[in-house]
Ligand binder design. Structure first.
Ligand SMILES: [Zn+2]
Length: 256
C-alpha cells in the first residue's frame, strides 16, 4: 500500500507541474509558493522546525547543516508537515531521530519522511535511473549526486523501493541502533538493538580500529547474522557511510 506521504507528494508535484528534474527546483521556492515562510538560521539541538502560527506557518532549517542534500531533505520534511499536519500539533521539531529513524518516531514523522523522500527522489525517476543495474556503493553515490540528496535518504529510498535485497544497519558510538532488512534477504536474525557492533565487520573497523573503508569489503555472514544454519564460509559485501559529527555509521549489506 502506498503511504499517505508519498501520495500527497505526488499530488503536489502534479499540481505545481513538476514531472522531472526536481533536483533543479529549490525546495524553499515550493515552500513559499505554498504559503509558508522559510528561513535558514542557526538552531540548537534541531535540524528543522515548523511552527503553525495564527496566520502563517514558519519553517526554519538549521543553517549549520553542512551539506545541501540534507538541507533539502529537512526542508522537504517540514513541507510535508505543512501539507499534512496542520491542526494536529502547533510545533514539529526535527532532528536525526525523527528524520532518520522512520519506524520509531510515530505516524506523522513517517508520513513527513515518505513525503520528503518522494519529493526529492520520485519513485518513477529513481526506477528509471537504476534500470536493471545491480546494487553497488557507486550506484547510491551516483543517485545522491544526480538527485542532490543525502546518502542516507538516498539509500533508504532505494531500500524502500525493493530494488535489490539489502540489509541497512545504523550504528552509533559502537552500538547497533536500528536496522531494516529486505524480505528476500538470505538471512534473518541480527543482534538486538543497543548491542555492540560486531568487531569483524566494516562498521567494527570504524568503531574499534578507527579505520574508514571508503569502498566495500567482504565480511562473513555469521559476523553480522545469528541464524543458526549459516555456512561459516559464507560471505557478504558490506559498505559503510560515515558521519563523523555524530559518530554514526550506516552499513549496507548485500549478497552476490
Ligand atoms: Zn518531523
Amino acid at each position: 500500500m502506498i503511504n499517505k506521504g508519498t501520495l500527497v507528494a505526488r499530488r503536489l508535484m502534479e499540481e505545481i507541474g513538476i514531472s522531472n528534474s526536481p533536483n533543479e527546483i529549490p525546495i524553499e521556492k515550493i515552500i513559499t509558493g505554498r504559503g509558508a515562510s522559510f528561513k535558514l538560521a542557526p538552531m540548537d539541538n534541531a535540524d528543522g522546525r515548523i511552527v503553525f502560527g495564527d496566520y502563517k506557518a514558519k519553517i526554519t532549517v538549521n543553517s549549520q547543516i553542512d551539506y545541501p542534500g540534507k538541507i533539502r531533505h529537512v526542508a522537504s520534511h517540514e513541507l510535508g508537515h505543512f501539507e499534512m499536519h496542520k491542526g494536529i500539533k502547533r510545533i514539529f521539531t526535527d532532528d536525526d531521530r525523527t528524520l532518520l529513524d522512520w519506524y520509531k518516531s510515530g505516524v506523522h514523522e513517517i508520513e513527513a519522511n515518505h513525503f520528503a523522500s518522494e519529493i526529492l527522489l520520485p519513485e518513477h525517476l529513481v526506477r528509471q535511473y537504476c534500470d536493471d543495474e545491480g546494487f553497488s556503493r557507486q550506484l547510491i553515490e551516483d543517485l545522491a549526486e544526480e538527485f542532490n540528496t543525502s546518502i542516507t535518504a538516498t539509500a533508504l529510498k532505494y531500500f524502500n523501493l525493493g530494488l535489490y535485497p539489502l540489509t541497512l544497519i545504523f550504528s552509533q558510538n559502537s552500538f547497533i541502533k536500528w536496522y531494516r532488512k529486505s524480505e528476500d534477504f538470505p538471512f534473518t536474525y541480527l543482534p538486538p538493538y543497543n548491542t555492540k557492533v560486531p568487531v569483524n565487520t566494516v562498521a567494527g573497523d570504524f568503531f574499534f580500529k578507527q579505520i574508514k573503508q571508503e569502498d566495500f569489503e567482504q565480511v562473513y555472514a555469521d559476523d553480522w547474522f545469528t541464524d543458526y544454519n549459516i555456512d561459516s564460509n559464507k560471505q557478504l559485501f558490506e559498505t559503510c557511510f560515515y558521519s563523523d559529527r555524530f559518530n554514526f555509521v550506516m552499513s549496507i549489506l548485500w549478497d552476490y
